[in-house]
Design a protein around this ligand. Structure first.
Ligand code: URA
Length: 431
């Protein structure tokens, strides 16, 4: 078998066999198949798609590219959550501590930024010292002892996804149904989750822009979950505007911390409570969503969710003083408040435009080797449906470069639309 023949077969819209997929993923993982062939493969998949069988084979091959954890001796029921990616989506940083504080141990493998969407690992690394490269043994030990883990792919957990993900970020191969489904589900399966809550985003700042596409992605991932014997639930949530106020790594971590302290943006808090309620239900800690939500609310109110975040950060080597005192986070050199050019109701905040502006400020990567600027990003003051007066603060740009600041100001102004007519707020969830 040769990698080039597999790429050509997919280029010609052929259906790959399980053996071909297995061969390609094995070769890519051990370095025999180079990045340029894997990039061509990803592009062929993006352009020509995959059948449900091919996608399931790709997922299982990626999950088996490293160890597949069996956590049954460590926790009663291993639960996990994953988002399909969006702008300002720092959900895991609040939800995982909330759920763990309710007595449900959670171990999660997160991802880095992907295209215009931010990544939990890049965000967490804005806490000095925070390690995202735990070994499998460390993952298991921490899950058992602390009841919470938030790390990245190690060399021995779904390494094929780790390598493919980094390539997709910089080769224009992110928005592909089979590539997203296999990326997410391979990580979940490898990390040993028995019950999984998927937060599938739809809208202008999601990889799946229509509800129909998002539903297809959700169905595909639920089918893969079923095939792998994992209980899988999917929520379809809005990603037309950024989630919460903050976009950018440290800024988002600060917003997640404030939420765990009982504050935070109302839409983000509500989103987190709903996702946490679902995780608590699939994790059998709550009978229904109402009870799950009440539990999640209680652990914010009594401080135990915030305490759990401190436990997590400390366990992974991060400076917990930053969590207690968010003024310690590195701030960007320039912070400019941009005012509304006219009065009215905010009718659009194009999430993708905002995400791209944040990446251009340095919060994401253009090339694999690029480093991240943790301090830069945006604070969105008004949300869709909010009334605004001309001259009132609309958003803030946090930049370390004056030219980039000017570009971001323009891009984010363009992302905003203000209407003279009343505009309803956007829903948080569709299904
Ligand atoms: N999250 C992932 O882990 N992978 C994707 O491809 C998209 C979102």
């Amino acid at each position: 078998m040769r990698a080039v023949d597999i790429i050509i077969k997919k280029r010609e819209c052929g259906e790959l066999t399980s053996q071909e997929i297995e061969f390609f993923i094995k070769g890519f993982t051990n370095g025999e198949i180079p990045d340029y062939q894997a990039s061509a493969f990803a592009m062929a998949v993006l352009l020509n798609g995959m059948t449900a069988f091919e996608t399931a084979d790709l997922t299982l091959a990626m999950a088996r590219s490293g160890q597949v954890l069996d956590l049954s001796k460590i926790v009663d029921l291993a639960v996990d959550k994953h988002s399909s990616g969006g702008v300002g989506d720092k959900t895991s940083i609040s939800v995982m501590p909330m759920v763990a504080a309710c007595g449900l141990p959670v171990g999660k493998m997160s991802g880095r930024g992907l295209g215009f969407s931010g990544g939990t690992l890049d965000k967490l690394e804005s806490i000095p010292g925070y390690r995202v490269d735990l070994t499998t043994e460390e993952f298991k030990k921490q899950l058992k002892e602390k009841g919470i883990v938030l790390t990245g792919q190690s060399l021995d957990l779904a390494p094929a996804d780790g390598k493919m993900y980094a390539l997709r970020d910089v080769t224009g191969t992110v928005p592909s149904l089979p590539l997203i489904a296999s990326s997410i589900m391979s990580k979940k399966i490898a990390a040993g989750a028995q019950a999984i809550v998927l937060d599938v985003k739809t809208g202008l700042g999601a990889f799946m822009q229509t509800l129909d596409e998002a539903r297809k992605l959700a169905d595909l991932m639920m089918d893969i979950g079923r095939l792998a014997g994992r209980k899988t639930v999917a929520l379809l949530s809005d990603m037309n505007q950024p989630l919460g106020h903050a976009v950018g790594n440290a800024l988002e971590v600060i917003e997640a911390i404030e939420t765990l302290k009982g504050g935070g943006a109302p839409d983000y808090r509500e989103h987190c409570l709903h996702v946490a309620a679902h995780v608590l239900v699939v994790g059998k800690k709550a009978q229904d969503l109402e009870a799950g939500r009440a539990l999640a609310e209680k652990c914010i109110a009594d401080g135990s969710a915030f305490e759990k975040l401190c436990v997590l950060v400390e366990a992974q080597g991060g400076a917990v003083t930053y969590v207690h005192d968010t003024s310690k986070f590195e701030r960007a050199k320039y912070v400019e408040v941009v005012n509304a050019p006219q009065s009215g109701f905010v009718s659009q905040i194009h999430a993708r435009g905002v995400g791209e502006a944040s990446v251009a400020l340095g919060a994401g990567r253009a090339k694999k080797s690029d480093s991240i600027d943790h301090a830069v990003g945006l604070i969105i003051h008004k949300k869709v449906g909010d009334q605004v007066q001309a001259g009132e603060p609309l958003f803030e740009v946090h930049a370390n470069d004056e030219a980039k600041l000017a570009e971001a100001r323009q891009a984010v102004l363009t992302a905003h639309q203000i209407s003279a007519e009343f505009v309803s707020p956007l829903p948080l969830f569709y299904e």
